[in-house]
Design a protein around this ligand. Structure first.
Ligand code: 0L1
Ligand code: MG
Length: 241
């Protein structure tokens, strides 16, 4: 088995060269995988990226069942992953990206200060998007990009808001914020617990991507993707080659 630093360099090279790598194979446990994730993200920081938040993954019953787990996972977000609302992502900067509709929180003083509709772009560094739980943790939970709509005060009752994912004006996924941990507000205590267990904390003005409300859809050249969360507004991106 390779060392944590070797595995991190391997995954970072896959991301920077946009060439998917085979799964790492047995022998990696989840605690070690989080060390690999930290080291993978350290490569980004060494290139000048700044940590600006965290994301939760496997937050729906469907994704947990698919992976055979009952615990959410978390990953690190950097400023270079952020795409402006209505901005463009390039396929050439990714391997096989997918988009999923999410809700994002702005964390301040240990509490949620604002909420926004969001799109997460996930892009596994593994061939065919196939991985075990430790492998996806090591790969920073497939984090690759995200778009935030406008921040706004958190309304009462965000536990069952309708969510639409449109591609080129056609609705391709319909869901509810209930798919995000039963209630997306659970993301904050979960993130505080998971990040805290790792010795970290959510600094003021951290972004928290709470999780996906529907399945992810593959992104293709020229697509216009828009997410609408009932009562919260929209977030969108364009895909170019
Ligand atoms: O954000 C997510 O829920 C993704 C977690 C990793 C699994 C995947 O890539 O689908
Ligand atoms: Mg996600």
């Amino acid at each position: 088995m390779k060392t944590v630093d070797q595995l991190a360099a391997h995954l970072d090279a896959a991301a920077t060269s946009r060439a998917a790598v085979p799964q790492l194979g047995a022998g990696l446990d989840v605690p070690t995988a989080y060390r690999v994730q930290e080291a993978v993200v350290a490569h980004r920081v060494a290139r000048g990226e700044r940590l600006i938040g965290v994301k939760l993954g496997l937050t729906s019953r469907a994704k947990m069942a698919q992976m055979g787990v009952d615990e959410v996972i978390w990953g690190r977000l950097t400023d270079a992953m952020r795409v402006p609302d209505g901005g463009t992502i390039r396929l050439g900067d990714h391997i096989h990206p997918k988009a999923e509709p999410e809700v994002a929180f702005l964390v301040r003083g240990g509490a949620v200060a604002a909420v926004a509709p969001a799109i997460e772009v996930i892009d596994s560094r593994y061939v065919d998007f196939r991985f075990t739980l430790p492998e996806v943790v090591a790969d920073n939970t497939s984090a690759s990009g995200f778009v935030l709509g406008a921040w706004q005060p958190v309304p009462d009752g965000i536990d069952n808001l309708g969510v639409l994912l449109e591609v080129d004006g056609r609705v391709v996924q319909v869901g509810s914020t209930a798919a995000i941990l039963g209630d997306p507000r659970r993301a904050l205590p979960d993130a505080v617990r998971l990040v805290g267990a790792d010795g970290g904390e959510l600094a003021d003005d951290s972004i928290l991507l709470a999780g996906a409300a529907t399945a992810a859809v593959p992104l293709r050249d020229g697509a216009h993707v828009r997410v609408t969360v009932e009562g919260l507004g929209t977030a969108s991106l364009r895909v170019a080659s």
